[in-house]
Write a protein that binds this ligand. Structure first.
Ligand code: HEC
Ligand code: HEC
Length: 385
């Protein structure tokens, strides 16, 4: 208890100074809220179909955790919106969807439906329920835990250097998924080892459940990447362009010499590749801007890089050319169908057109292809380096 009190004094100081800069939390956050307010009454808290209203219906809903993995996002969208033109192949076991399943078209917008689907996918892959409200968990986490576990949960909080310990990486599904909800709750309440404080008396059981739920959603992006079929967008490290400008000028723009990527940049890139590898993420293909630095960073990280013209910086391009490159990239991402993931190395000016979010150093963008030239952003995440 003494440790906690001492640390809390620390926190108040440090937290006042720390910017709350969590990368976009997974859409499953929003989806859970919608699920509870709109779907739970029939489909049940865990999606298995035992909601309080289910027994009143002639046709009881199927177990969504079995059903959802067999369906594409498009199919789910059609069923949830209640679109009239449900293709035969998408109809459920009854040949058509019963009237008991409401049509949500007028109630929910596109992004809410996507969030719901993200949450349904979470429900069908997770071994663990969400026992509490992850939004509350997020707030509590930032207040009490990020100081050690890091704003993003990867274990790089400000206090870790001071006390010289590295907490577990909460964003790693291989680690956190092994703990049951009750083990996590117990460890949070009672503490662990010399430096993980116990929060009994500070946090209520409800707050601990909220934290457990937040932790469950934290590692979703990595779990998705393990499943493959996604597009990961990265850029070369900034230090190569900014702070290193003098040496950058000396670099060989023909890409023939080996002096383009600095030793530090190369070491960082290798770490990135190792991180993906250590998590068992399958990288099927890497495409990069023809710019030497992007290509070399990609090579150092993943050992492969196919240079494609449409990933070149568009800053100095005539607008028709820039538009043509942008549409080629949209198609490449939207129609990606590989089993593993596609990695795209490009420049900030290109990324700005793909996402409203800015990719800071060490951040990457995860995108889900939706066919043709359409795709959805899953989120922006920070690399554990
Ligand atoms: C009033 C009860 C009710 C509510 C509320 C409800 N559903 Fe359903 N839902 C059903 C029933 C009943 C079925 C089964 C329809 C059938 O198979 O003909 C169903 C079917 C489904 C299916 C297809 C799987 C199956 O059982 O055939 C999905 C996916 C689905 N619902 C998602 C949702 C989502 C997402 C929400 C919230 C936005 C929601 N439902 C809200 C009653 C409901
Ligand atoms: C003072 C630093 C510190 C703070 C603050 C802190 N933790 Fe930890 N946490 C650690 C360390 C260090 C470990 C690794 C403990 C070990 O295995 O020895 C850890 C481990 C954990 C684990 C893994 C437990 C296990 O069984 O291995 C969870 C879950 C966890 N912390 C959650 C939290 C939550 C939630 C909060 C905020 C309420 C929090 N921590 C606050 C340092 C901290």
């Amino acid at each position: 208890m003494k440790l906690v009190t001492q640390l809390l004094a620390f926190f108040t100081l440090l937290i006042a100074a720390a910017p709350a800069a969590l990368a976009n939390p997974s859409p499953a956050f929003e989806g859970r809220k919608l699920y509870i307010s709109h779907c739970m009454i029939c489909h049940g808290m865990d999606g298995k179909g035992y909601g309080p209203l289910a027994k009143k219906m002639k046709i009881e809903p199927e177990d969504l955790t079995d059903y959802v993995p067999t369906m594409s996002d498009y199919g789910l969208k059609v069923i949830i919106t209640g679109d009239k033109n449900v293709p035969k192949s998408l109809r459920s076991r009854h040949g058509k969807i019963s009237k008991d399943m409401p049509k949500w078209k007028e109630v929910l917008n596109q992004s809410q439906i996507s969030a719901l689907i993200a949450y349904l996918r979470f429900l069908s892959t997770t071994k663990h329920d969400l026992p509490g409200d992850p939004e509350l968990g997020y707030e509590l986490y930032q207040r009490y835990c990020s100081i050690c576990h890091g704003v993003e949960g990867i274990g790089d909080g400000a206090l870790t250097n001071l006390i010289g310990v590295i907490p577990i990486d909460l964003t790693n599904p291989k680690k956190a998924d092994d703990f049951s909800n009750s083990t996590l709750a117990k460890d949070i309440l009672e503490g662990k080892g010399d430096y993980m404080p116990g929060w009994k008396g500070i946090l209520t059981n409800e707050e601990v459940d909220a934290l457990v739920s937040y932790i469950r959603l934290l590692y979703q992006v990595w779990a998705h990447l393990e499943d493959g079929g996604l597009v990961v967008v990265m850029r070369s490290p900034t230090l190569e362009n900014d702070k290193d400008r003098t040496t950058a000028l000396l670099r060989d723009t023909s890409c023939n010499s080996k002096a383009n990527l600095s030793a530090k940049g190369k070491a960082e890139a290798i770490k990135v590749g190792k991180l993906f590898k250590s998590r068992g993420i399958n990288i099927q293909q890497v495409i990069s801007s023809p710019h030497c630095l992007a290509k070399e960073t990609a090579m150092a990280a993943f050992g492969q890089a196919e240079a494609v013209e449409y990933l070149a910086s568009n800053v100095k391009l005539p607008s028709d050319k820039a538009e043509s490159f942008a549409s080629q990239l949209d198609t490449r991402i939207g129609s990606y169908e590989g089993k593993g993931n596609l990695v795209v190395f490009t420049h900030e000016s290109i990324i700005k057109d793909l996402s409203f979010q800015k990719l800071k150093d060490g951040y990457f963008l995860v995108i889900k292809p939706m066919g043709k030239n359409e795709y959805e952003e899953i989120g922006v995440y920070k690399m554990n380096r």
